[in-house]
Write a protein that binds this ligand. Structure first.
Ligand code: TRP
Ligand code: SF4
Length: 400
């Protein structure tokens, strides 16, 4: 059992490239060994901006999952699923919408920013305004504790935490809370139950902060508690109700420093990308036609790597020896640019090789990918269903 649950989503709006690999995907691959991880295709989120071109989304969903697998995301470690196949997200989105003040949504900075940036699209829609709310539902429905996101998404995480707090405040006192909490204490077992009660009393009667911390770490160590009981016991400690929705923390993914073919950051909108599984011949062509130090016109001109986008790629891919060879050779006109690019081409192909091989498996047998996603969706729905039971009950919808 992991103490933390990581959730992250990606919108299927385009081809993944090496910038995504060096930024997000490597990070996912690392985290899958450290945490319980859920990764999903945010196809509904893609529709908020691409509602007029759904074919783009359809095309990219499966390609994107293959890219994840190619990059080393391992379905035996992480749960992979598609948002729209877990309709509980929509139900939570709807229920949370009842308590979401319009002003909170209007004030999220991405709302106005994106409307101003994507002027070719009409984003004055209810769906687009609700983007952060849907994202909150994605996160809260799994009681995720850690959410890896880029800097631009941090306001959405803050929004999510505020919404969770509001929800807990409004609905946190489940009927029979005291009895349920007391029953949960018993489940801790004699000694630990006694210690828990002692610590709780010390905190509640004497305001002893250390006792509170000790009690919390005692709970953290209990592996066999159900999530519901865990939260009851945390709530019972501090005298509040049950925390039905838990507040997630953002894990900031360092902004990708991966340079593109022109020296700017690699990005679809700059048209300077190498895609994750780009055809080998195409990789060679793209790098061979990269611009170099503009002052180096003839082979006999000396150059300055600091003014050359190819050098940026050497910084990512090359050994110290190779980098010294570039520095010396470029500044003395000892090497030509074509020569200088060879090790970069080789390194990119080398990096992509295992990705191409892993992808081939799935391209040869698409049913493998379908099955991975079907399994993931089933697991996700089970987890989501547990939260929804609590949420419905808390909101007075638990009719029996
Ligand atoms: N909004 C995120 C992005 O554009 C994608 C996303 C949707 C997401 N739901 C999420 C990320 C939940 C993390 C958690 O990058
Ligand atoms: Fe750039 Fe290399 Fe040519 Fe120098 S030798 S200008 S670093 S490509």
């Amino acid at each position: 059992m992991f103490a933390d649950r990581v959730l992250s989503g990606m919108r299927p709006t385009g081809n993944l490239h090496l910038g995504h690999y060096h930024g997000v995907l490597k990070n996912w691959v690392e985290m899958q060994h450290q945490y319980e991880c859920l990764f999903f295709v945010a196809d509904w989120h893609a529709l908020t901006t691409h509602y007029d071109s759904p074919q783009i989304i359809e095309q990219n969903v499966w390609d994107m999952v293959i890219d994840w697998l190619a990059a080393g995301v391992d379905p035996s470690q992480a749960t992979l699923f598609i948002q729209s196949r877990v309709p509980e997200h929509a139900e939570l989105n709807l229920l949370l919408s009842m308590i979401t003040p319009l002003g909170w949504l209007e004030r999220v900075p991405t709302y106005k920013d994106q409307q101003e940036k994507l002027t070719s699209k009409d984003l004055t829609t209810y769906g687009f305004l609700g983007y952060p709310l849907l994202m909150s539902a994605d996160i809260l429905i799994y009681r995720s504790t850690k959410v890896p996101v880029g800097e631009d998404q941090v306001p959405h995480l803050e929004f999510t935490r505020e919404l969770a707090r509001r929800f807990n405040h409004m609905y946190g006192r489940e009927p029979g809370f005291e009895e349920k909490a007391e029953a949960a204490v018993k489940k801790l077992g004699g000694k630990k139950a006694k210690l828990y009660i002692e610590l709780r009393t010390r905190f509640q009667q004497q305001g002893d902060g250390e006792a509170l911390e000790s009690a919390k770490s005692l709970l953290d160590e209990q592996q066999s508690l159900s999530l519901g009981d865990r939260e009851r016991l945390f709530g019972y400690l501090e005298g509040g109700g049950k925390m039905i929705l838990s507040e997630p923390q953002a894990m900031l993914t360092a902004a990708s420093k991966m340079p593109g073919l022109d020296g700017q950051k690699m990005s679809k909108s700059y048209g300077n990308t190498i895609s994750l599984r780009e055809d080998e011949v195409e990789v060679g062509k793209k790098i061979k036609t990269m611009p170099t130090d503009p002052a180096r016109i003839r082979r006999t001109d000396t150059g300055n790597p600091d003014k050359c986008p190819v050098w940026q790629l050497h910084l990512v891919y090359s050994s110290e020896d190779t980098k010294q060879w570039v520095q010396k050779g470029c500044r003395s006109a000892g090497i030509g640019c074509i020569e200088c690019k060879q090790p970069v081409i080789a390194a990119v192909l080398e990096e992509q090789k295992p990705m191409r091989e892993r992808a081939q498996l799935y391209l040869d047998d698409p049913s493998l990918v379908r099955n991975i996603i079907a399994d993931g969706c089933e697991k996700a729905r089970k987890l989501a269903g547990e939260t929804m039971r609590d949420v419905r009950e808390a909101m007075g919808l638990g009719y029996s």
